[in-house]
Ligand binder design. Structure first.
Ligand SMILES: [Zn+2]
Length: 73
């Protein structure tokens, strides 16, 4: 009896793990895309600390990579 029960329990645990992992992976990808889109026309995303800052705080443009005053000031 124990031989028949063990596989059933394992299947249930595997299904539960899959349903928990998939939504989490999708959410982390969406959050990343949203952060990038938050930079407005007068803002930029620092290539070092990845914070969205006002363009007046750009102190270095390294071939399109922008750095803020805190990172390169
Ligand atoms: Zn920075």
């Amino acid at each position: 009896m124990t031989i028949e029960q063990s596989p059933m329990i394992d299947d249930a645990e595997i299904d539960a793990a899959d349903s928990f992992e998939l939504p989490g992976a999708e959410m982390s990808g969406e959050e990343l895309a949203v952060e990038i889109l938050q930079a407005q026309a007068d803002e930029f995303t620092c290539a070092s600390c990845f914070l969205v800052r006002h363009r007046s705080q750009i102190v270095e443009d390294d071939g399109g990579l922008l750095y803020c005053v805190d990172c390169r000031g």
